[in-house]
Design a protein around this ligand. Structure first.
Ligand code: GLN
Length: 285
C-alpha cells in the first residue's frame, strides 16, 4: 500500500533527504501536524490508510519544506530550552546554540531578584527561557519589529510567564533611561554578502534579524556602546556573536572586566560576557 502512514512518511523522507539535515524527523513532524496526532500515534497506526484530503495537505507541506522553508515556520512551533515556542516568519527560528547563552546567564546569576534586559527578543526565546528558570527576575524584552514583539508576547501569554514587559523599539530606544543589572542579546551578526545567506533556510528568515553592516559587527557595537548607560556598575552583558567574531567583540570590551567567551555546542566561539567596571575619573573610555 502506498497510502499508509508509514509509506507516506518514508516517501517524504526520501524526498526531503537532499533538502534537510533531518529528513525523517521533518517527515514525522509534518505528518503529525496534518493528522493532528503525536509521535506514538504514528507508530501504532503505521499501517492505517491516510485519506486523500490529508494526503494532499501533507504533500503540500512536504513541498514547502523541500523548497527550503524552515520546519518551524511550517509547523508554527519550535522547541527551545524546555519550552515549546510559537514562531512566525517575523522572527528568527531560535537556534540550539542560543541555549548556550541562557546557560551562561543561569550559571552566573542565582534566583535572587534581578532586572534583566533582552535586546532584540524575536520570538522571546532567551527572555522566556530565563523567565521559566528564574521566576523572581523582572525582565524587559525589546524588538524593533512589531510582528516579532507580538510573537514574543503570544508566547509569554501562552506559557503563563508574566514577569516580562515588552517594549517596541530599536535597541536602547525602546527603554528610555532605565537601568538593569543584566543585559543579554542575540543581535543580527552575519556580514552582508556572507555565503551562509545563500542557504535556503536563511532566505526565509527576516533579513533584519540576521544581517548587520560593518562585517556583521554594527549592532554588537551599538549594544556594547549603549550598555554603559543602561547597566548598573558591576552589571553583566551577554552577547551572542558569529564564530569568527570573538576577538572583535572582546576588543569592544577592553574597558570592561571579567571578559569571557564561551563556545557553542559545535565548539565555536559564540557567547561573550563581561562586567561593567566603575567609571574611571579620566573618562568613559
Ligand atoms: N546563528 C544564526 C545563524 O548563523 C544567526 C543568528 C543571528 O544573526 N543572530 O544562522
Amino acid at each position: 500500500m502506498t497510502n499508509t502512514v508509514d509509506a507516506l512518511r518514508r516517501a517524504a523522507r526520501t524526498r526531503l533527504a537532499e533538502h534537510s539535515d533531518s529528513p525523517d524527523l521533518d517527515a514525522q513532524r509534518l505528518l503529525e501536524q496534518v493528522l493532528g496526532v503525536d509521535h506514538s500515534w504514528l507508530v501504532v497506526h503505521a499501517h492505517d490508510i491516510v485519506d486523500d484530503a490529508p494526503r494532499r495537505r501533507f504533500d503540500a507541506l512536504v513541498a514547502r519544506r523541500a523548497a527550503g522553508e524552515p520546519l518551524a515556520y511550517i509547523t508554527g512551533t519550535v522547541g527551545f530550552w524546555t519550552l515549546d515556542l510559537g514562531v512566525t516568519p517575523d522572527v528568527l527560528v531560535p537556534r540550539p546554540d542560543t541555549e548556550t547563552l541562557v546557560e551562561a546567564v543561569l550559571d552566573a546569576h542565582d534566583s535572587a531578584p534581578h532586572q534583566l534586559l533582552d535586546l532584540g527578543t524575536g520570538s522571546g526565546a532567551i527572555a522566556l527561557a530565563l523567565a521559566s528558570e528564574r521566576p523572581a527576575w523582572s525582565i524587559t524584552a525589546t524588538d524593533a519589529s512589531a510582528g516579532a514583539l507580538a510573537c514574543a508576547q503570544d508566547n509569554a501569554t501562552r506559557l503563563g510567564l508574566n514577569q516580562i514587559e515588552f517594549a517596541l523599539g530599536r535597541w536602547y530606544e525602546a527603554i528610555g533611561d532605565k537601568r538593569f543589572d543584566i543585559i543579554v542579546s542575540n543581535p543580527p551578526y552575519i556580514a552582508p554578502g556572507d555565503r551562509h545567506l545563500a542557504a535556503a533556510e536563511l532566505k526565509h528568515e527576516p533579513h533584519a534579524a540576521l544581517v548587520a553592516p560593518a562585517n556583521g559587527l554594527a549592532d554588537l557595537q551599538r549594544i556594547v556602546a549603549g550598555a554603559r548607560d543602561h547597566l548598573d556598575v558591576g552589571g553583566a552583558l551577554y552577547l551572542e556573536h558569529g564564530a569568527d567574531q570573538g576577538a572583535a567583540v572582546r576588543a569592544m570590551l577592553t574597558t570592561w572586566s571579567a571578559v569571557k567567551t564561551t563556545p557553542d555546542l559545535g565548539g565555536n566561539e559564540r557567547i561573550t560576557c563581561a562586567r561593567l567596571k566603575p567609571h574611571s575619573p579620566a573618562g568613559r573610555s
